[in-house]
Design a protein around this ligand. Structure first.
Ligand code: FE2
Ligand code: FE2
Length: 133
């Protein structure tokens, strides 16, 4: 069994709106884990995955707008990273739907996806705001 995903202080970016959305995203992944643990049918899982994908899309646009407003110099890099992330997400979902990836594999992918992008890229937004005062 996988370890359950919970929000950690280490994930914090230091921008209130971004952190609030990241916390919601973690909750969606946790809900997916609970469905997996309870052995829920695939049609329910697919609905939740759709919700999670829509939320990720919303979050990326929202985060890009925050970066635009503060004239964040890494905006373009983030935009291409976000579209790359959405592409790899769609690919994983297709593999899951086609039975080539297990639900556990998909969830692990989402956890890695969230943790690496938020701690490697999004945290730079918070540092930028701190530095520019
Ligand atoms: Fe983010
Ligand atoms: Fe981001």
């Amino acid at each position: 069994m996988m370890t359950e995903i919970v929000w950690r202080d280490a994930y914090a970016v230091g921008v209130e709106e971004i952190d609030r959305q990241h916390q919601d995203f973690v909750k969606l992944i946790r809900r997916l884990q609970i469905l997996q643990e309870k052995g829920n049918p695939k049609h329910l899982v697919i609905r939740l995955i759709r919700e999670l994908g829509a939320y990720a899309q919303y979050h990326f646009v929202s985060e890009e707008n925050i970066m635009y407003l503060i004239r964040y110099p890494g905006l373009q890099r983030q935009e291409s990273e976000h579209s790359r992330l959405l592409e790899s997400f769609q690919e994983k979902v297709k593999s899951y739907e086609g039975g080539r990836v297990s639900l556990e594999g998909l969830i692990q992918f989402l956890i890695d996806w969230f943790v690496s992008h938020s701690t490697e890229e999004d945290q730079k937004i918070g540092s930028h705001i701190q530095q520019s005062g």
